[in-house]
Design a protein around this ligand. Structure first.
Ligand code: XBP
Ligand code: MG
Length: 229
């Protein structure tokens, strides 16, 4: 079959990390820094249009005309320490059916990779806490925010992933949950399967090859047949 690799986004895709993970961590960091900011569930959904936690803080400050934090890099680093603590406690689990999908992909001989806008430490924290070692090790490449100059929706991360795999875009499929992720993957020439996540459940993804509600609805052989030549 033409399909040779699956490239997975992390936040919203491998796990529902945003509402009960990153959002809580941002709020804890704000409290630590004496900022009276609070990102409730609905506001965070709006802010998620901006990819990248630091960029999201900058966008929030600009949107509401707030004073800039003295050190936004330190604020974001503090947020990521809270995030690592949250995932280490086991508060975020992989999405249902992930293990089975990864096993099906491996049975078909597909390479597996991760392409995300979050940091390497955040990915490792999540995978270490919630995914068994044999499954973690099945991912042969990991492209994170530290590896690129522009985050999603730039295609840079997916182009780099394809370079690392040594594959053309027509041999790989991206698995994403957001519009920024979809545009990033499409920009690199990939077909995209959308798995609906909490925050993007109502978004329209016309350009996707398929939109599914859960991993068990991902038909790898069927998708492979319908991929762009
Ligand atoms: C994920 C993001 C990230 C996370 C928070 O997007 O945009 O910013 O929300 O992580 P995607 P950081 O799922 O498209 O990769 O704070 O580390 O950015
Ligand atoms: Mg995502």
């Amino acid at each position: 079959m033409p399909l040779r690799a699956l490239l997975f986004d992390v936040d919203g895709t491998l796990a529902e990390t945003e509402r009960d993970g990153h959002r809580i961590a941002f709020n804890r960091a704000f409290t630590d820094e004496g900022l009276d900011w609070h990102w409730d569930e609905s506001l965070y959904g709006e802010l998620l249009q901006v990819a990248g936690g630091r960029e999201r803080i900058d966008h929030f400050v600009a949107k509401f005309g707030l004073p800039r934090p003295a050190d936004s890099a330190a604020l974001h680093a503090r947020k990521n320490r809270h995030y690592a603590e949250l995932v280490a406690m086991g508060s975020i689990q992989p999405r249902a059916g992930l293990r089975d999908l990864l096993n099906r992909a491996r049975t078909l001989g597909l390479q597996l990779g991760i392409v995300t806008t979050t940091s390497r430490n955040n990915v490792i924290a999540l995978l270490s806490a919630s995914i068994e070692p044999d499954i973690r090790e099945a991912f042969s490449i990991l492209v994170t925010s530290e590896d690129v100059t522009r985050k999603k929706p730039s295609p840079e991360c997916y182009s780099l992933a394809l370079d690392q795999l040594g594959l053309p875009a027509c041999d790989a499929l991206a698995v994403e949950d957001s519009r920024n992720g979809l545009e990033s993957a499409l920009g690199a020439g990939l077909d995209v399967v959308i798995i609906r996540s909490h925050y993007f459940r109502h978004e329209v993804f016309r350009e996707a090859l398929a939109v599914v509600d859960a991993f068990d609805a991902v038909d790898l052989e069927g998708l492979s047949r319908s991929m762009s030549p």
